[in-house]
Unconditional design. Structure first.
Length: 470
């Protein structure tokens, strides 16, 4: 199960965990038979409840991944962890003093030990089987989905039935089974018998670069180490037994932790990708200004803020003069360069908190929150000065570029996006009619239509500050 960008933590983490487990086994070995705690059924129950919870949750996540990916190995691994969790659950039911004073299911005393042995012996064998399965289902997508759900149901039902049958068999035939007092040696022997079956597949796993496969091997190693140190300890509540419980928790939970870590990385990468896509969709590629869609959202916010805060804001439409002539004379590529440079100069003329976006081919809209007409005129004139001040170098030509600006206010009461844009466009049209390269302000909210006829008091020339006739 190879991973691409969203990969599980691996490499040094896996190696470090393997080193920790090896150190634990070597450190415990000389003192494994030393008794460290008194008989404590609650301690035993706590360890096994953690293992059961981790194993079943791991199985749940593996089943979900199988449904998403169709990888049969995931299904086999899920069955392995289900069997482990169910078997240890059955052990809790037959061992006296775990859930209640006697036991939930009355069984011979050795039944719990046999269940422990079966779980540890079956785990490596099941891992070997999962390694040999094909990577993915080859069915068509629709059929594969239906088949996947049927397989999941069959695996869960089959695993449950198998554990029930094994437990019932041990309860029924317990009196004739060999009596054991130490579960560690038989489990270790079962591991040693199954390891030759596992090693060839493990070797093929190790040759792959998939981090997931290596985490499976870490879990397998922890289970074998669990059986080994438990065998060294001999009896419950010895140092070997305690180390075995810790290794059992590692074996049951290591894949769970790795998958949860992968999910965290996946969500993080998805969040970053979503932010990048949002920025890309909100930004005009050529000029770096807001896209038209993002710009309209900003204008809607400006209108809402003016209404909420009861303070006028300003909006300006900036139109680049004679861009069509520049395109005709020098080509569209040079025209794009001029457009990008003009956008840069507009950006330099804005205050912190102002924003601008590309409204059309050669038009930009500037939004100025909490800005009245005098301040709006000052900002607009500053933008005009920055645009016209220095010729724009395009190829071997220095082009003197000018712009025309129509500006209006966003009123605190009853204003709408459409009305604001109509007024700003009317002011822009008036500025073009007066000869371009200037700012015209439209004060009234009574303007209607794209190019209305406005009374004298509605429009003034911002460059001169005079009220002129429309």
């Amino acid at each position: 199960m190879r991973r691409g960008r969203h990969s599980m933590p691996g490499g040094s983490t896996q190696a470090g965990l393997a080193v920790v487990m090896a150190f634990l086994v070597l450190a415990v070995a000389p003192f494994a038979a030393t008794r460290v705690v008194a008989d404590s059924s609650p301690l035993d129950a706590s360890f096994f409840m953690v293992i059961i919870f981790a194993a079943l949750l791991t199985a749940f996540l593996l089943l979900h991944r199988f449904l998403a990916e169709g990888d049969l190995r995931l299904l086999a691994l899920a069955a392995t962890y289900l069997f482990t969790g169910f078997t240890f659950s059955a052990r809790q039911l037959v061992v006296p003093g775990v859930l209640r004073a006697d036991s939930v299911i009355h069984a011979p005393l050795a039944t719990g030990k046999w269940l422990w042995i079966i779980a540890h012996g079956a785990f490596p064998l099941a891992i070997a089987v999962s390694m040999m399965l094909p990577r993915r289902s080859q069915d068509p997508e629709a059929r594969a989905a239906r088949r996947a759900y049927r397989l999941v149901g069959a695996v869960v039902a089959g695993t449950t039935l198998l554990v029930v049958l094994v437990t019932a068999g041990l309860v029924h035939f317990g009196p004739v089974l060999p009596h054991i007092t130490r579960e560690g040696p038989p489990a270790l022997l079962a591991n040693l018998v199954t390891l030759p079956l596992v090693l060839p597949s493990a070797y093929r796993y190790c040759r792959r670069r998939g981090s997931f496969e290596r985490w499976v091997l870490v879990a397998l190693t922890a289970f074998v180490a669990d059986a080994a140190v438990t065998a060294m300890g001999g009896q419950p509540y010895t140092l070997g037994w305690l180390a075995g419980q810790v290794l059992g928790i590692i074996a049951a939970s290591v894949l769970l932790v790795a998958m949860v870590g992968e999910m965290g990385l996946l969500y993080l990468n998805l969040s970053v990708a979503h932010q990048r896509l949002s920025l890309q969709s909100a930004e005009d590629v050529l000029t770096g200004a807001l896209s038209r869609r993002a710009l309209m959202g900003r204008i809607e916010m400006l209108v809402a803020q003016a209404r909420y805060r009861q303070f006028r804001s300003a909006l300006a439409i900036v139109d680049l003069d004679y861009l069509k002539q520049i395109n005709d004379d020098h080509g569209h590529l040079m025209g794009d360069q001029v457009l990008a440079e003009v956008a840069s100069r507009i950006r330099n003329g804005l205050r912190e908190g102002d924003g601008f976006g590309r409204y059309g081919g050669d038009e930009f809209i500037v939004v100025m929150p909490e800005t009245d007409y005098p301040d709006g005129r000052i900002i607009a004139n500053r933008m005009l000065e920055l645009i016209r001040s220095t010729p724009i170098r395009v190829g071997n030509h220095d082009l003197k570029v000018t712009a025309t600006i129509g500006i209006t206010g966003v009123e605190p009461r009853g204003d709408t996006v459409e009305a604001v844009l109509v007024r700003a466009d009317a002011a822009l049209y008036e500025a073009k009619a007066r000869g371009r390269d200037q700012v015209v302000v439209c004060h009234s909210r009574e303007t209607s239509g794209r190019r209305p006829i406005r009374p004298r008091s509605y429009v003034d020339n911002a460059s001169s500050g005079r009220a002129d006739s429309a």
